[in-house]
Ligand binder design. Structure first.
Ligand code: GLN
Length: 479
């Protein structure tokens, strides 16, 4: 045992599951190869922030016993990497923040429990922006992840560690969370497939909340079929999350089986192809549109007229919710506490002053401000109204098309140090992704080529709420 070396770089979740089932290699062999790849490659990418090799191998041995006993499980023996804001019982759940140093999750998130029930192994925690606030993983207490396609460039964020692990051959499949683009943007920057499910499709129970009306858990993987497979396992109603819906979960794999796009109407939102976009990104996305046309899709132009309000709306809603959600990190219940004898109030202030990084503090301040009396009507209430307009834009667009095609980001991955210390500049990069969260619809990113410098570009496919099967079909046909 342990002699067969498996090349994990191109291995997908579905291929690994099939190979394990067919006995072509064991889970221990797979995990051993993966751990070797991580040992070799992680120092350069900083994709994982925590790994327990012993426990990973113990999980693999149990999976091998279950495989030998022909026990069921769509993911039996397949190791997955998990973003550091998703609870896995007994593992750290640090959100890349000093304030959660030393904290271990007491239970499995529902999405994790469902993956585990299908036999998946939870082997490591991936890097992220602190509390998922950022677009580069540079706000992580562990330092940034590097882009496997160009190591002097960011991997994106906030789920940058998961994307870097997948693109760098250090993971078979991974999970991220998406509040305003944190699955799709790093997937686009690194050249992976990333899917943000519709709001309510996947339970948020056990996901450390950033902005509860926007957050969703989703896969970052190597192809559309893996996205379909992981989504199918995680999706569905959960009594622990009142916002998870009881709609039936279709067999996404049946849709995601390749084929053509005949009879599918794909809309191009005019406002997503406006000036100011990087020329190479625009060209790559337009080429992808032509590929879809060649596959039989009918391409129609549509308009999402309120797009220009998306970034402002998102940063008001997201920071308002974050300011409430992060109030629980007070040094009493979780993680770190300021040392010494002092009043509770002083302990609370010192813990938060030392525990949170500057981006998190900026957002708590912003969020508290927009909710404060006198400003609530001017900012928060207005943002809620703008959010409704943005949602209606999509409802209208989906009356004349089945799904939308768009860029994921206005530009490819940034080089380190190039403006990523300017928060406003970074916020503007969320323009094409934050809209889907505000509207509650589903959207994914699928690789659509590279720039001359070799940086990956993502094609975004957006669909109506609970029509993940549709966008997976488009992505799979495009692949
Ligand atoms: N980049 C966005 C932000 O900084 C999105 C983050 C996310 O989706 N978690 O808020």
């Amino acid at each position: 045992m342990g002699h067969t070396h498996i090349d994990t770089a191109a291995l997908t979740v579905h291929a690994a599951a099939a190979a394990l089932r067919a006995g072509r290699f064991s889970s221990v062999e797979l995990v051993t190869s993966l751990l070797a790849a991580i040992r070799e490659g992680n120092a350069g990418l900083n994709a994982y922030v925590w790994l327990d090799e012993e426990d990973a191998l113990a999980q693999a041995r149990r999976a091998d016993a279950a495989l030998a006993a022909k026990q069921p499980g769509a993911l039996l023996g397949v190791p997955l990497a998990v973003k550091d804001n998703l609870s896995v019982a007994g593992q750290p759940c640090g959100c890349a923040s000093r304030i959660l140093e030393g904290y271990r999750a007491p239970y499995d998130a529902t999405a994790i429990a469902r993956l585990r029930a299908e036999g998946a192994l939870l082997v490591g925690r991936t890097n992220m922006d602190e509390f998922a606030m950022g677009s580069t993983t540079e706000t992580s207490m562990h330092g940034p992840s590097r882009n496997p396609a160009a190591r002097d460039h960011v991997a994106g964020g906030s789920s940058g560690g998961s994307a870097a692990a997948i693109a760098g051959g250090l993971a078979i499949g991974s999970l991220g969370s998406d509040t305003g683009g944190s699955i799709r943007q790093p997937a686009a920057f690194c050249g992976c497939v990333g899917l943000k499910p519709s709001y309510g499709r996947v339970s948020r129970y056990g996901l450390v909340a950033f902005a509860s009306s926007l957050d969703q858990i989703g896969p970052i993987v190597k192809d559309a079929r893996d996205a379909a497979l992981l989504l199918r396992v995680m999706a569905g109603h959960d009594p622990h999350d009142a916002t998870s819906l009881g709609l039936p979960v279709p067999d996404y794999l049946a849709h995601g089986a390749g084929g053509d796009l005949r009879g599918v109407r794909l809309g191009l939102p005019r406002e997503y192809f406006a000036d100011g976009m990087d020329g190479e990104v625009a060209t790559a996305v337009r080429c992808a549109v032509e590929v879809c046309r060649g596959l039989g899709a009918r391409i129609v132009e549509v308009s999402l007229p309120h797009t220009s309000y998306a970034v402002a709306t998102y940063y008001i809603v997201a920071t308002a919710e974050a300011s409430a959600n992060l109030a629980r990190f007070d040094g009493v219940r979780y993680g770190r506490r300021a040392a010494g004898t002092m009043s509770p109030r002083e302990m609370y202030c010192r813990t938060r002053a030392a525990g949170f990084g500057s981006e998190v503090k900026r957002r708590i301040l912003l969020g508290t401000y927009v909710l404060s009396s006198g400003y609530y009507d001017a900012y928060y209430l207005r943002a809620l109204k703008a959010r409704t307009l943005i949602r209606r834009d999509f409802e209208q667009a989906f009356q004349c098309c089945d799904a939308l095609l768009a860029p994921v980001t206005p530009a490819p991955a940034y080089p380190f140090g190039a403006g990523s210390d300017d928060p406003l500049q970074l916020y503007l990069g969320d323009i094409f992704t934050a809209t889907a969260n505000l509207a509650g619809i589903c959207a994914l990113s699928v690789p659509c080529g590279r720039t001359g410098a070799g940086l990956p570009v993502g094609l975004q496919v957006l669909g109506p709420a609970f029509e993940e099967g549709r966008i997976l079909r488009v992505a799979s046909a495009y692949e």
